[in-house]
Every structure is written in structure tokens, then in C-alpha cells.
Design a protein around this ligand. Structure first.
Ligand code: GDP
Ligand code: MN
Length: 442
């Protein structure tokens, strides 16, 4: 649990396998169609495509962009992978479909029906919830589908660049077999995965660029069957340059594929960017799609709170990341599950505490709230008046357990007491966790 959280918090670690990716990370994730456009601008071969959000736009796009295509690939745009093997809550299998664009005529009791499969499939995807290995059971809404020219892919490979903890630099991961589920492949045939980091290839891979030799080694690992070697090397160099220039934390193409006419193309695009680079990547950060994020986290981010939504029942409000982690662990130890990580920080204002309380109480899953404040820089009285004022604004439906300690603790306790609120007070962390678990699961 702590490990998962660390990944979410630090978020520089890269799980190429997407292990933690259904959690909200402190980095920007963009849609495939946006990633494809960015790659195209950086000289990477991508299929022709257009993103649309209604069936009317599908009709228009076919007329305007694909008048001669008999089939198109229709790809659900959600900020999670595993779409190909995903399932819609409606029952429709697969978030990626290859569909005919032609019109079909059917006669039934003297009436002509015109059927256009691509319209039907797009209509079944748009506005629907897609559940994949990476979305969690709640799934994600498909607000756009990406229509792409259908390429005949004769060979699917895997390519990714991510950040390596050991060298604190980029690492390229490539595999001659790609498509879906690289995780399973990596587990069964680890030798098929080739890696190239600053450590493995000190003469070929640098923080700022990759040499021809370095790129050639990666191409040999991909082992394309027909694609021109030099052109492939160029593609790898362009991908590396994009990764560096755009402050990516992940660039994953699964599959990077070979077409029947021996072109190497990026048939998928998963790009993440370092949040700390937002100030110099304004155009990219303008692509953020908050409708795909946990709404609790979007609200928290606006209030400048360090909040991460989880799926347990005990809402936590704590100051300091370490104490927040400890609180969550102790809740677990006593048989409960935390509904969130929330560090109100060392100098949270009363307004922020109110916001935090609103987020916790708005969460239907939350059955009890545990406030654990160790007043150092943060003062207990500020937290106390925040709680009281929040309680005035939002109806408190669940028990609140409070443990205050440190600066202005007596003032804090007095404020709580005089408020007339029904609070459960706790003496120490263990006591607080036990009381919270008891209150939540009674
Ligand atoms: P993911 O499941 O979310 O990773 O979505 P992908 O974009 O990787 O699509 C799933 C699968 O659809 C890919 O692994 C390909 O096998 C297939 N696919 C995607 N685009 C094309 C295409 O242009 N032609 C063909 N034949 N297959 C495609
Ligand atoms: Mn893919």
C-alpha cells in the first residue's frame, strides 16, 4: 500500500506495465489522438486520424478525411490503456474496432434500411463507460473516438522510453513482439525485452540525445522484418528527441508496427509529462482533460491540497505526508481502509481545511472521518475552526474522530468543544484509528 502510494506521490517511477496507472498520478496524461499529433509534429510516422465526439462528426469526418477508405479503426479515447481488450458497461466488447465505412442496404417488408457500421459502432462507444485493466471497475467515459486509417499491420512491436531510477535518466525499452499485454510477455520471456539506459549505453545514450549507434541497437532489438534500418533509426532518434524536448516521463507505443509497405508506424500513443515542466510546456499542458480524472482530485488540486483518492471508507485529514502515510497504515492495521491520502500541509489556511472537509463529506463511500493533526507549523486552532466552519457549510453525515496534538492544542480543543459538534476525540494515533474503524464499520 505504501509502495503504491509512493508511486502515486513521487510519480517519477515508471511502471511500463501500467501497474499503478489506474490511479491518478502527479503527471499529465494526454489522449492518444493528442499524442499522435505531437509525434507527427516531431517527425514520427503515425496513421492519419481525426478525433470526433458525435456520430454527426463521424459522418463528416468520413466524407472529408477518408472518402476512399473502406475501413477505419475506431478507437475509444480514454486516459487509460488496455482499451483493445476492454469491455463497455453496456456489454460491447473492445474499445478498439476495425469497421467498414460503406453503406449497406437491407430490404425488410418493403422498407429500405441503410446501415453504416462505423456509425453504429461509434454511437455505441460515445458517451459510454469503458472498463479496462487500467481503469478500475468504475471505468472511464468515452467522450471522443479517434478515427484512423486502417493500416495492414504485418508486425507489431513494443517501444517505450521512460525514466530510470538507477541512472535518474531516460531508459529505452524495446521488444520485437508487441500489441497487447506486454506485461505478460515481459514476465514469461524477460530476455526478449531489451533495455538501453545511460548505464547500459553510456556512449550512445545521453540525457539530451541518442547517437546513431544507440538508436541502431534499439532498432536491432525491435528487429523489424522489412522496414528500412536507417529510416527506423531516424524514427527512434525522433522519438527520443520528442521525449527530451517535451519533458515526457513516459512515451509508450504499443504497438509500434510495420505496415505491408515496410513503414514503421506508431499505431498507439501513450504520453505522460512531468508536472514540474508545466511552466515551459504550456501548449502541452493546455491539453489536460480533467473530465477523465478523479473529480475529487480535480477539486483538491484547485484548492492546492495534496489529495489522492482511494477506494476505502475512512476519510483522512492529516498534516504532513509522513504522518498521512502513517495514519493510513494504522487504519489498515486496525482493519479499516482509507478513502484517501490527504496532506493539508504545514500552512494550510482555514479555507483549504473547509475545502478538504467538503471533498471528504461529498464522498459517498466515506463512513467516518479521521482528523489527525500534529500541530507544528500548522496550528491546531486553525484546523479546529476549519472543521467547525466546514461543518456549518456541509451537513456532517458521518462520525468525525479528531486527534489534535501540538501548537495551540488547548485552543483547538476549546473551539471544537464550544462548537457543540458531536465529535469523537482520541488520545493518540492508535486510539484514533481504532475509534475511526469502529465508527465506520459499526
Ligand atoms: P490499447 O489496447 O489501449 O493499447 O489500444 P491500441 O491502440 O494498442 O489498439 C489495440 C490493438 O488494435 C492494437 O494492438 C492493434 O493490434 C490493433 N490496431 C490498432 N490500430 C490498427 C490498425 O491500423 N490496423 C490494424 N490491423 N490493427 C490495429
Ligand atoms: Mn496499445
Amino acid at each position: 500500500m505504501v509502495r503504491g502510494l509512493l508511486n502515486k506521490l513521487v510519480s517519477r517511477s515508471l511502471s511500463v506495465a501500467g501497474k499503478w496507472q489506474h490511479h491518478q498520478l502527479r503527471r499529465l496524461n494526454i489522449h492518444e489522438y493528442q499524442g499522435a499529433e505531437l509525434m507527427g509534429k516531431h517527425g514520427v510516422n503515425v496513421p492519419r486520424g481525426v478525433a470526433v465526439s458525435s456520430v454527426e462528426e463521424v459522418r463528416k469526418a468520413i466524407k472529408e478525411f477518408f472518402p476512399n477508405e473502406k475501413e477505419l479503426v475506431v478507437k475509444s479515447q480514454i486516459l487509460a490503456g488496455g482499451r483493445g481488450l476492454g469491455t463497455f458497461k453496456s456489454g460491447l466488447q473492445g474499445g478498439v474496432h476495425i469497421v467498414k465505412t460503406e453503406q449497406y442496404y437491407y430490404y425488410f417488408t418493403a422498407v429500405i434500411f441503410i446501415i453504416i457500421f462505423i456509425i453504429i459502432i461509434s454511437g455505441k462507444m460515445l458517451g459510454q463507460i469503458l472498463v479496462t485493466k487500467q481503469t478500475g471497475s468504475q471505468g472511464k467515459i468515452v467522450s471522443k473516438v479517434y478515427l484512423c486509417e486502417k493500416l495492414s499491420l504485418v508486425n507489431e512491436m513494443y517501444f517505450a522510453i521512460t525514466l530510470d531510477r538507477t541512472t535518474a535518466g531516460p531508459i529505452i525499452i524495446a521488444c520485437s513482439k508487441g500489441g497487447t499485454s506486454i506485461e505478460d510477455l515481459a514476465e514469461k520471456f524477460p530476455d526478449m525485452i531489451i533495455k538501453s539506459s545511460l548505464q547500459d549505453a553510456p556512449d550512445a545514450l545521453f540525457l539530451s540525445r541518442i547517437t546513431d549507434e544507440g538508436a541502431a541497437k534499439v532498432v536491432d532489438g525491435l528487429a523489424p522484418k522489412g522496414a528500412d534500418r536507417n529510416k527506423s533509426i531516424e524514427q527512434v532518434k525522433n522519438l527520443y528527441k520528442l521525449f527530451i524536448d517535451c519533458d515526457c516521463t513516459l512515451l509508450e507505443i504499443n504497438p509500434i508496427a510495420e505496415t505491408a509497405d515496410n513503414q514503421l508506424v506508431a499505431a498507439d500513443a501513450k504520453l505522460n509529462f512531468d508536472d514540474n515542466a508545466a511552466y515551459r510546456q504550456k501548449e502541452i499542458f493546455a491539453l489536460r482533460d480533467t473530465t477523465q480524472e478523479d473529480p475529487r482530485e480535480v477539486t483538491a488540486a484547485k484548492a492546492d491540497l495534496n489529495y489522492i483518492g482511494l477506494d476505502g471508507e475512512i476519510g483522512c485529514m492529516v498534516n504532513g505526508a509522513g504522518l498521512a502515510m502513517a495514519t493510513m497504515d494504522i487504519i489498515k492495521l486496525h482493519g479499516g481502509t482509507p478513502a484517501n491520502f490527504l496532506d493539508v500541509g504545514g500552512n494550510a489556511s482555514e479555507g483549504q481545511v473547509i475545502e478538504a472537509f467538503k471533498i471528504l463529506t461529498a464522498d459517498d463511500k466515506v463512513k467516518a472521518i479521521l482528523v489527525n493533526i500534529f500541530g507544528g507549523i500548522m496550528k491546531c486552532d486553525v484546523i479546529a475552526s476549519g472543521i467547525v466552519n466546514a461543518a456549518k457549510e456541509v451537513a456532517l453525515k458521518v462520525p468525525v474522530i479528531v486527534r489534535l496534538e501540538g501548537t495551540n492544542v488547548d485552543q483547538g480543543k476549546r473551539i471544537l468543544k464550544e462548537s457543540g459538534m458531536a465529535l469523537i476525540t482520541a488520545e493518540d494515533l492508535d486510539d484514533a484509528a481504532q475509534k475511526a474503524v469502529k465508527a465506520a464499520y459499526k
